[in-house]
Design a protein around this ligand. Structure first.
Ligand code: NAD
Length: 500
């Protein structure tokens, strides 16, 4: 059986002996096992990082950028290999996996601009002979704890910015698909990064707790489900650390009566069912405004959903592949049971779906639920599967209220031809990322990513300028060079009128 180990600069030590199974979700078989680390292993990684970080922080930003440029090139060269590896452990299609790598690569591209984006601020003449400047300095050793659903993109959101800014980085990826994060670290080394600058330690709660309690890790970025995000945030902050912790989501797509329904149906098929719905920016709730809009939309949605092709992750024709584990498949099917018991209409039922020739794979058929209400638990909680719930709104006001009142506030979209409705919606909705006729409004790398409410704990977003802020601290220097410091014998040469 293939074994996946930690990626560290030095020896990993005796280890815990604990392992976690890694599935191939398309065939429902265990394909590898990954070592799970503990506090002692983390100590070793931290000691390795301490050896290289000070010199890296002193390396001028152009040189740091050159490593990022080379890494970006290696990502492009290895795109197919990375996508296939990712797809085989996660279950998303190879094309989709390329998107995962590509979105991370774009953050690396932004990080290539570190000399420009990390320039400080300067005020000349803040007082008589006084100038003030501020600089951004790295924090030291940063850590990232990442979810299974974007094993390439999310680690790169974090280490791309942290390392470019002069930090060392310890990544604790999801134990469910750990191979790509290790491969990224290998490529980063190949790009010229010093050994120990980026290390990967595998683990579960034990390792996460060790990271949260480690006195030499001042900053932690987490992405995962909300209860764990909240736990990480509270424990990390209590230990005096800087923490950003992104959580779950339940994104709504508002469909106004004037929307182009063919476009909406096409967008919903991608945004609700792509990657088997295992995206924090998926659109699992559609909110048609008015009964007539709902009926027209439903009529067009049904054949489009029936036409979706579910296949193994290597099937180039497949619209989406299996979900990540057998437990997750079971949980999604239980949510459909719950919705039905709560009174939702199961219009298209994906339970019990079996793919011919791959009967053991973790497939869930596309599911459409209508007449879902806000009282239902299946509406309030995240399902994270290929399940689209329709909540019918009476009017625009109710459509703004639904996502605004929901416990999650990651993303939202509105589909309309009316600029005024779109503008009002974007202004008023209580959600962090808004799409206007854009179903998955993940901001480009030079903006930044972050939800509101229980979708994110902490103050700064991921990547872009916000990412740089998170991974650095500001030092501000107020300087004065008063007259009279000159040597007595050449005083005349130093007679300089001072700017007031
Ligand atoms: P998860 O919360 O199960 O795991 C995330 C990380 O936490 C993993 O590294 C895991 O090892 C660790 N972990 C698991 N249990 C833990 C525990 N009890 N204590 C400490 N650490 C623990 O999340 P997941 O299932 O891997 O990912 C899916 C979730 O992530 C969904 O809720 C999704 O919405 C969310 N997500 C959010 C964003 C965002 O940016 N808001 C992006 C992607 C995914």
């Amino acid at each position: 059986m293939r074994h996946i180990d930690h990626f560290m600069a030095g020896p990993t030590g005796p280890g815990t002996g604990r392992k976690h199974q890694v599935w191939d979700p398309s065939i429902g078989k265990v394909q590898a096992e990954v070592s799970l680390g503990d506090a002692e292993l983390l100590d070793r990684a931290v000691e390795n990082a301490k050896k290289v970080q000070p010199a890296w922080a002193m390396t001028n930003p152009q040189r740091r950028a050159r490593v990022m440029f080379r890494f970006k090139q290696l990502l492009e060269d290895h795109m197919q290999e990375l996508a296939e590896l990712l797809s085989s452990e996660h279950g998303k299609t190879v094309d989709d996996a390329k998107g995962d790598v590509q979105r991370g690569l774009e953050v690396i591209e932004y990080a290539c601009g570190i000399p420009h984006v990390s320039k400080g601020e300067y005020t000349q003449g803040a007082g008589p002979g006084i100038d003030v400047y501020s600089m951004r300095q790295p924090l030291g050793i940063g850590a990232g704890i990442t979810p299974f659903n974007f094993p390439a993109m999310i680690p790169m959101w974090m280490f791309g910015m942290a390392i470019a800014a002069g930090n060392a980085f310890i990544l604790k990826p999801s134990e469910r698909d750990p191979s790509v994060p290790v491969r990224l670290a290998e490529l980063f080394l190949e790009a010229g990064a010093p050994e120990g600058l980026l290390q990967v330690v595998h683990g579960d709660k034990e390792m996460v707790d060790a990271i949260l309690d480690h006195p030499d890790i001042p900053a932690i970025s987490f992405v995962g489900s909300s209860d764990i995000a909240h736990y990480v945030y509270k424990r990390g902050v209590a230990a005096g650390k800087r923490v950003q912790a992104m959580g779950g989501a339940k994104n709504h797509g508002i469909v106004m009566p004037d929307a182009d329904l063919d476009m909406v149906v096409n967008d919903l098929c991608g945004a609700a069912f792509g990657s088997a719905g295992e995206r924090c920016m998926a659109l699992p709730v559609v909110v048609p405004v008015g009964e007539d809009t709902a009926d027209r939309l439903r009529e067009k949605l049904i054949p489009a959903i029936h036409a979706l092709r579910v296949g193994v992750s290597s099937d180039p024709e497949a619209h989406y592949g299996p979900v990540v584990t057998p437990e997750h498949k079971q949980r999604i099917e239980q949510w459909i049971d719950t919705a039905e018991n709560e009174g939702a209409e199961v219009v298209i039922d994906g339970r019990g779906f079996s793919l011919q020739g791959h009967e053991n794979g973790f497939f869930v058929g596309p599911t459409l639920l209508d007449h879902v209400t806000t009282a239902m638990e299946s509406y309030r909680e995240e399902i994270f599967g290929p399940v689209l719930q329709m909540v019918r709104a009476k009017n625009f006001e109710e459509a703004v209220h639904l996502p605004s009142a929901h416990q999650y506030g990651n993303g939202v979209a509105i589909f309309t031809r009316n600029g005024h409705a779109a503008r009002e919606f974007a202004q008023r909705v209580n959600v962090g990322m808004v799409g206007i006729n854009v179903p998955i409004p993940v901001p480009v790398s030079y903006h930044s990513f972050g939800g509101w409410k229980r979708s994110a704990f902490g103050d700064t977003n991921q990547y872009g300028e916000e990412g740089l802020r998170f991974w650095t601290k500001v030092k501000t220097v107020t300087q004065r060079w008063p007259d009279g410091f000159a040597e007595a014998d050449n005083k005349d040469a130093f007679v300089i009128p001072t700017m007031g």
